[in-house]
Every structure is written in C-alpha cells, then in structure tokens.
Design a protein around this ligand. Structure first.
Ligand code: ADP
Length: 165
C-alpha cells in the first residue's frame, strides 16, 4: 500500500491545498494530510481547528486522513510507514525552499522521496497568507477558499479585526 504524507501549516486550508489533496488522493492508496506545528508562526486557527477544517473539506475523500504532528517530518513519515512526501509547487517562490527541504529530508531518511505537484494555474499565486490579507476587505473569497469553511474564516477574521489583530 502506497501511503503519502501532505504536510503544511494549512492556516487555513485553501482551494489550492484542496486541489493538491484531491490529485494526490487519486495517485496514492492513502494520503495523510498532516498539520505541522511551526513555532515561528502565530496561527489564525489552532492546530485542532485546522485539523477540523481540513476534515470537513475532505469528508468525501475516503482514502484521506487528517492528522497533526510536532515531530520532524522525516521521522513522522517513517513512523507512518510512508516513503513519499507530497508538496505543491507554486510559481517561482516555492522552488528554492522546497528543493532544500527535500534534500535534507532525504538525508535524514534515505527511504523518503518528495513528489511535487504543480499548482493548478488558477491557484498559482494563492497562499493562506494572501487569503488572510484579502479577508480584511469585503472580497468574495469563493475562488480561494472551499465554500464549507468561508463562514468560519470570516467569523475569525471579524473577531480578530475587532480585537485589533
Ligand atoms: P502556505 O501557508 O504558503 O499556503 P502551507 O505550509 O500551508 O503554505 O502549504 C503546504 C503545502 O501546500 C506546501 O507544499 C505548499 O507549497 C503547498 N501549497 C500552498 N498553496 C498552494 C497552492 N495554491 N497550490 C498548490 N500548492 C500549494
């Protein structure tokens, strides 16, 4: 059974992430979407909330599982019996960083490969931080976020704005 891991911050999960999840779920027997703890970021949604939002938008994908971890990704993959990490590659910006991480992960765990899926053209410039920036204004977010999570996003955005964040 081929198990792949799709790691990220997913703060929150965007339509670009969901597109990668759907495509990877078609390729592998099982896909584990893993929300990784990143101490350097102060997230909009807690780890548990991000997991719940991803679970909601992937409920129709039976071979997708959602998890969270604060382990080293290479160790996490080994523990889960996975030999492939899936990454989405957007225009320009992702390449250097992702290339470096793929090499480091392979050095730590030589059985681990990283597979890149190119972002769909309409999501090439989409990131969670862009959505958070747009969310400050009255912009229709349906092209950027899965419909099912837009109310959660707007509610959190409004309470953050009211709290001066
Ligand atoms: P970001 O906060 O930049 O959106 P994440 O850490 O949540 O990024 O992203 C997790 C993974 O998803 C990374 O491999 C990233 O390159 C990929 N990704 C993010 N946005 C997109 C997108 N719009 N299209 C394809 N892949 C994406």
């Amino acid at each position: 059974m081929k198990i792949a891991i799709y790691p990220g911050s997913f703060d929150p999960v965007t339509s670009g992430h969901l597109n990668i999840i759907q495509r990877a779920a078609n390729i592998f027997d099982r896909l584990i979407v893993c929300v990784m703890v990143n101490a350097s970021k102060s997230p909009m949604f807690s780890l548990e909330e991000r997991v719940a939002l991803i679970k909601r938008v992937t409920a129709d994908l039976p071979n997708v599982e959602v998890d969270s971890s604060n382990e080293l990704l290479a160790e996490y993959a080994k523990r889960k019996g996975s030999c492939v990490i899936v990454k989405g590659l957007r225009a320009g910006s992702d390449f250097e960083n992702e290339f470096q991480m793929a090499l480091i992960n392979r050095q730590i765990n030589p059985d681990l490969d990283t597979m890149f899926l190119t972002a769909e053209h309409q999501y090439t410039y989409l990131s969670s931080s862009t959505v958070k920036e747009l969310g400050r204004y009255e912009v229709d977010l349906s092209a950027f976020l899965p419909e099912a999570i837009i109310p959660d996003f707007q509610e959190r955005m409004n309470s953050n704005l009211q709290g001066g964040k």
